[in-house]
Design a protein around this ligand. Structure first.
Ligand SMILES: N[C@@H](CCC(=O)N[C@@H](CS)C(=O)NCC(=O)O)C(=O)O
Length: 226
């Protein structure tokens, strides 16, 4: 298994889009996408903490989030006890990791290079990342009064479980209910199908490094996605 540090370098080589913010930007690295609600939550919290960090802008429109070098980094946060996204029956439109499982291909993702005695730790899921950052900052962003705290937690859970806009369209192009100007952006077979094609191409590449995670029944598929 590669180190967190080398997995981060490989993912950054694949993605680019690096901005260094503050005086000590090497400890915290936030992989996220500009037009992603989950990413926006994490960007807001990290900004509020005032932590220096490296921001890695993952351009979802190019589907670079399916690159095996990013997926390999993300899989470092998977504890294998959690089902993969797609393995839990029933489509709800929610992208809550707790309810729908671990998705190896999405943003946001945080790396804390100082954690685990300097070995580094990969943290995924926006709610988990926000809670982690708040704790790292000493908790000051969270209320201590129990009812206030419960209210904040309720709001976090509501957002986490709300049907995700990106999941509300395109799985079946005929059910795409978006306005025409947005439909136009993903014309030609549906975003979902384009994503599956991109993923299959990556998985078919020699030495993609993901062999142990690929479905034995369908060798060019992730169990989770295809
Ligand atoms: N529960 C996850 C959801 C992550 C998620 O669905 N991310 C979306 C953007 S908000 C994504 O990366 N989509 C890209 C794709 O599915 O290819 C979280 O809160 O982090």
């Amino acid at each position: 298994m590669p180190s967190v540090k080398s997995a981060v370098s490989a993912a950054i080589d694949a993605i680019g889009g690096v901005s260094r913010i503050g005086e000590d930007p090497d400890s915290l690295i936030l992989f996220n996408a500009a037009f992603s609600v989950c990413s926006e939550k994490c960007r807001t919290v990290i900004r509020e903490t005032g932590f220096s960090h490296t921001n890695v802008n993952v351009d979802l429109t190019t589907m670079i989030n399916y690159d095996p070098r990013y997926v390999a980094l993300r899989l470092m946060a998977w504890d294998h006890a959690m089902p993969l996204a797609g393995e839990i029956a029933g489509w709800t439109g929610s992208s809550s990791m707790a309810k729908t499982g671990f998705d190896p291909c999405v943003v946001p993702l945080l790396v804390d290079m100082k954690a685990n005695g300097g070995e580094g730790m990969v943290i995924v899921d926006s709610a988990v990342i926000c809670n982690y950052l708040v704790r790292l900052a000493g908790g000051a962003l969270m209320p201590t009064e129990p009812h206030q705290l419960a209210l904040v937690q309720k709001h976090i859970a509501l957002v986490d479980d709300a049907p995700h806009p990106a999941l509300l369209y395109d799985a079946l192009p005929a059910k795409d209910l978006r306005p025409a100007y947005l439909k136009h952006l993903t014309a030609g077979g549906g975003l979902h199908l384009q994503q599956i094609r991109k993923l299959k191409n990556y998985l078919a590449q020699e030495g993609n490094g993901l062999d142990s995670h690929v479905s034995p029944q369908a060798p060019n598929c992730f169990t989770a996605r295809c």
